[in-house]
Design a protein around this ligand. Structure first.
Ligand code: ADP
Length: 456
């Protein structure tokens, strides 16, 4: 695939003057790339084996606030170092940045060299290892929606992110003419990602003015997490370079649609040749194993919601009649259901979880879903009957938490997630969630001021 590099190929590219910079990055709790820009000589001489960073990178909030109260680090322990261990399988060119390559690093304890349990990549790797023990691997695809604006990030910031102009005039769902207006950015994104070892399937317009979706080919779960993190960063960088801005907020405006990250998933034999979700003789081609996996996802839907919707803003997306599902039910090819069956009757039969927003951390979301699915398989949970019709209008359908506050309680109380991910890991993210809630609880919003300033 274009863009993938071995260490040796990187060396050669350096000698030819094609690459002079290597980004060594980890993925933080928010799913962002954080790290250093290295001179290629420094990287190939030795930094390819390890580098370091401050351990607060896995204990800050969206705004890099040094949140107190984490067990793993803090002012008391002096915010020491983590070791960043480049995963050379992720080494690739970044075509939209001149002379640049990128590698994603695992986060290890500086002294013991053990993985940091609450680092997003380690959390996902643990669930992948559990699957491997069961003789399976997961193929995943995390679709990403976002808004593209005519303003640059700097202009958007200056205006307080108000009165922004979406890149197209009206609902552009599948609309070729509207998306033609965005081709200066979207074509660069598609081709850029394709040249960075991320095979793009397509981009398309979505159901609001200025809203786009990018779809890339499914991959093993860890690779998909890496792709997702690079796609988000890449879309921002490419838009920025063209004097434009994008937003992956779950809901950037009351009047606009929300941004989703639907997650397609299927389980396969370790050699990747046999779909374990497919049984040609069963309804919709769904194997018993797939039914158990899905039953696990539904049973634990409330507990995993935090990892699909980690911020206050994430819950603003869950509105009836918006294609953002509020009900944890399953159905074939029904976009009002939280869990949709796609590719029925074929080897591509899979589950699409439609609950998550584009603000989710893909590693955490995939890990939580796998943990729920594994629980379903291990306990051979029985799948309930398929939901019929409009899920929004079904009063009996299982609800997922509709506020962050409720989702944190569900996360905290989840025996399944505590056992699968580890107590310290859950405590870490419960703390992150509570901080997010606390920050919101004490803020005065624009809406409150406009509503009450004169009238209260
Ligand atoms: P949609 O109707 O949601 O747009 P698509 O057919 O475009 O569905 O596929 C969406 C995503 O599902 C793509 O990223 C594709 O690579 C991925 N996908 C296809 N087959 C599988 C599979 N067996 N397991 C996981 N993801 C898959």
């Amino acid at each position: 695939m274009a863009g993938k590099l071995t260490l040796d190929e990187l060396r050669q590219a350096g000698k030819k003057g094609e690459i002079d910079t290597v980004l060594a990055v980890l993925v933080d709790m928010q799913g962002r790339l954080m790290g250093k820009r290295m001179h290629i000589d420094f990287f190939v001489d030795g930094a390819w084996a390890e580098t370091h960073c401050c351990n607060y990178l896995l204990a800050t909030d969206m705004e890099m606030e040094t949140v107190e109260g984490y067990k793993s680090t803090g002012w008391e322990s002096g915010y020491g170092d983590y070791m960043m261990k480049p995963d050379l399988d992720t080494l690739r060119r970044i075509p939209w940045l001149e002379g640049t390559a990128l590698v994603i690093c695992d986060v290890l304890d500086h002294h013991t060299k053990e993985p940091i349990a609450h680092s997003p990549r380690a959390i996902l790797k643990k669930q992948i290892a559990r699957l491997e023990d069961l003789g399976m691997k997961a193929y995943m695809a995390t679709e990403l929606e976002f808004f593209l604006f005519k303003e640059s990030f700097e202009e958007a910031q200056e205006s307080g992110y108000r009165n922004l102009t979406p890149s197209s005039a009206y609902n552009e769902d599948y609309n070729i003419f509207q998306t033609t207006k965005e081709e200066d950015v979207m074509r660069a994104i598609r081709n850029g990602l394709n040249g960075a070892d991320i095979p793009v399937e397509n981009s398309k317009g979505e159901a609001c003015a200025g809203q786009a979706e990018i779809n890339v080919r499914y991959a093993e779960a860890l690779s998909m997490g890496d792709r997702h993190a690079i796609i988000k960063n890449g879309c921002k960088e490419i838009a920025w370079a063209k004097g434009r801005s994008v937003s992956f907020m779950a809901k950037w405006s009351y009047d606009a649609a929300g941004n989703s990250s639907h997650v397609h998933q299927s389980l396969w034999s370790l050699d990747g040749k046999t779909s374990l979700f497919y049984d040609k003789d069963s309804a919709y081609g769904m194997s018993d194993l797939m039914r158990h996996y899905l039953a696990g996802m539904l049973k634990h839907a409330s507990e995993i919601t935090y990892f699909l919707a980690p911020y206050i803003n994430s819950y603003k997306r869950f509105r009836e009649g918006t294609f953002a599902p509020t009900k944890a039910i399953w159905a074939k090819d029904n976009r009002t259901a939280g869990y949709r069956i796609c590719g029925a009757e074929s080897k591509a039969v899979r589950i699409e979880c439609r609950v998550g927003g584009a603000d989710l951390n893909p590693y955490l979301a995939m890990a939580a879903m796998l943990a729920a699915g594994i629980d379903g398989m291990e306990n051979k949970l029985e799948l309930e009957a398929e939901a019929q019709g409009d899920a929004y209008a079904n009063p009996d359908a299982r609800e997922i938490p509709t506020t962050l506050r409720d989702a944190i309680v569900e996360l905290d109380n989840s025996k399944m997630l505590r056992s699968a991910l580890g107590n310290d890991v859950i405590d870490h993210y419960v703390h992150a969630g509570r901080w997010e809630q606390y920050e919101q609880d004490r803020r005065v919003t624009d809406w409150e001021v406009q509503r009450g300033f004169e009238r209260a």
